[in-house]
Design a binder for this molecule. Structure first.
Ligand SMILES: [Zn+2]
Length: 92
């Protein structure tokens, strides 16, 4: 089941970062990215990129994402992507 309120292509708010979909410059103009979590949840372009990038950058984040996906645990997936953003900005 998708974690968006609307069908793919019609969402304007990302369920991970709550930012605009697909991006602040193009909100509502075209569809966002499909989340790797379930291949049906629509996320913004930035989160779509982070989902692809984070597992290549950090082993522990890759493991957390795999586990969240296995358990079908959306909140775990979401918070791991948020953590990846934080790290990408030079955080912990
Ligand atoms: Zn997002």
């Amino acid at each position: 089941m998708s974690h968006n309120p609307k069908p793919f292509g019609e969402n304007t708010s990302c369920p991970i970062c709550y930012g605009d979909v697909p991006s602040p410059e193009n909100v509502g103009k075209y569809a966002g990215a499909l989340s790797r979590f379930d291949n049906e949840t629509e996320v913004c372009s930035s989160c779509g990129q982070m989902e692809a990038l984070a597992p290549m950058c950090w082993d522990d984040i890759r493991e957390q994402l795999m586990e969240a996906k296995e358990l079908n645990f959306w909140d775990g997936w979401k918070s791991t992507i948020v953590l990846a953003y934080f790290r990408g900005q030079g955080g912990a």
